[in-house]
Ligand binder design. Structure first.
Ligand code: NAP
Length: 467
């Protein structure tokens, strides 16, 4: 067995540290950035299940929030670093296994996000008409997985369960006029469907109180500024019990205090003030969903809050009431998916890890939502990924120091299987999307079908051969 010393120590120019990063969203790119900024010589192979990069920045950030998409400019710079290889349209666990990645790389960082959703655990949760917010967000953001979904926007009311920023995004997209949306990069199929929407009332339902809502105050405030839309909160929901007041008095709980201040300013609003109405409901949980063939109504139970400040949980009071509802979005948080060969914490829905290290043997790491769960904003993933890379670099003396083949060997293993897309292929897709967008007066019209993306990339390969 040769030691790494023949070729040079691990992380030297003669024996670069080869890292596979699984996932091309924010945490994947920030991990790549931290590796390139480190003193060791690295080669980064980024593996992405979709043909195109950028994960939630492309398919999660709302189309009317273009500023939040600006990190892609940074990611694009990182992708141009010498030693960076993108392998798009490759699914780890299907096209390539974790042991194969370990054989071809010194270390693997999983930055694959939280691809699934928490569940309410109610019978009939999946009745037609009841959707995860993920489906709706993916649909309006042109995610290929959700291209063919349809939502009954012919109803007058929509219910959103959960009070986080995803719920706010869904409510805002339902409220905005198509004229406001048509100059964004919203998918054209969604724009056309929203143009025929009859939704007038949007109910955002939280199991706890206004002081515990997860919205960030800027996102919440924006709902109150939408033209033609009124935000409604009942005064009685803003009568806070002492534990809630204590929470709001805490200096570190600034965001919650701002949320409550904004909600209080809406308590005087009248329901007749606008075309569209966003209703906030607190201390209510869905306990049943019913309908013949599709969702027609939900039963909500009133909750009380029990526990000390910052430890308050919702407890059912037994008092229930029905709400007619043909369209419902469950926006109660995301959840990571397990992968064969990687220890999984099924309670938290993350890869079991300590400071980003997975398992006892150095070599496997996690960053971002698959490491800590689905929390924080895009920028939160930078510090998170840096911390994981620090763990990896601290483990350097413990890693198998023999030279590894990296992407070259992956390409060989993948030959004859799925078409693998390079970062240059993404550039062509990017250019095509911008061209399509120009015609429609949008920054881009995203391609929504994997086969179209592959065909565009394949046509280049063929023309190279021809030429
Ligand atoms: P979130 O912020 O964790 O909110 C989830 C909501 O679902 C909470 O109100 C939670 O209530 C509720 N919930 C959880 N389980 C429930 C159950 N069984 N029954 C009823 N309600 C339940 O999650 P998110 O909205 O999906 O957002 C994920 C992350 O992305 C967040 O960090 C968010 O800030 C971020 N994000 C940011 C932006 C932006 O910056 N513009 C946009 C979108 C998303 P409890 O508090 O009682 O658990």
């Amino acid at each position: 067995m040769s030691s790494g010393t023949d070729a040079g120590s691990l992380g030297s120019a003669g024996n670069p540290l080869r890292v596979a990063i699984v996932g091309s969203g924010p945490s994947g790119f920030y991990a790549a950035e931290a590796l390139f900024k480190s003193p060791v010589t690295v080669r980064v192979d980024m593996i992405e299940r979709l043909p195109v990069p950028f994960g939630l920045v492309r398919h999660g950030v709302a189309p009317d929030h273009p500023r939040l998409k600006q990190p892609v400019l940074v990611y694009d710079k990182i992708a141009r670093s010498p030693g960076f290889t993108f392998l798009g349209n490759v699914t780890v666990g299907r096209d390539i296994s974790v042991p194969q990645l370990q054989a071809t790389h010194h270390a693997v960082i999983f930055a694959c996000g939280a691809e699934s959703d928490r569940r309410l655990g109610l019978p009939n949760e999946d009745l037609p008409g009841s959707h995860t917010a993920t489906e709706f967000v993916g649909w309006y953001n042109a995610h290929p997985d959700y291209r063919e979904r349809s939502f009954d926007l012919g109803a007058e009311a929509a219910v959103i369960i959960g009070q986080g920023n995803v719920a706010v995004d869904v409510a805002r997209i339902l409220c905005k006029s198509v004229d406001e949306l048509r100059t964004t990069d919203i998918a054209e199929h969604a724009l056309n469907a929203l143009a025929a929407s009859r939704i007038r009332d949007i109910h955002i339902i939280g199991r706890r109180g206004p002081a515990q809502a997860s919205f960030t105050f800027k996102e919440l405030r924006e709902l109150g500024e939408l033209p033609g839309c009124v935000t409604l909160v009942s005064r009685s929901d803003l009568d806070l019990q002492p534990a809630c007041v204590a929470e709001l008095d805490d200096r570190n709980n600034f965001n919650a205090a701002k949320n409550v201040e904004i909600l209080r300013s809406w308590a005087t609003h009248s329901a007749t003030m606008a075309d569209k109405r966003i209703w906030f409901h607190f201390q209510q949980s869905p306990v049943a969903m019913a309908g013949t063939g599709r969702l027609e109504r939900i039963t909500l139970e009133r909750n009380c809050l029990t526990g000390p400040p910052f430890g308050q949980s919702a407890k059912g009071t037994g008092a229930t009431f029905d709400l007619g509802c043909g369209l419902l979005f469950r926006s109660i948080g995301y959840r990571g998916l397990p992968l064969p060969g990687v220890p999984f914490d099924s309670l938290k829905g993350v890869f079991s890890n300590t400071a980003g290290r997975i398992g006892d043997k150095p070599g496997l790491y996690a960053a971002g939502w698959i490491k800590r769960g689905p929390s924080g904003i895009i920028g939160t993933n930078r510090a998170d990924a840096v911390a994981t890379v620090q763990s990896l670099l601290a483990d350097l003396p413990l890693l198998d120091a023999r030279p590894k083949p990296g992407a070259e060997s992956l390409h060989a293993a993948l030959a004859g299987g799925s078409q693998v897309l390079a970062y240059d292929d993404w550039r062509r897709i990017d250019a095509e999307e911008q061209r399509l967008g120009l015609v429609l007066g949008k920054p881009r019209e995203k391609m929504t079908r994997v086969r179209d993306m592959l065909a565009l990339a394949g046509s280049k390969q063929e023309s190279c051969h021809d030429g």
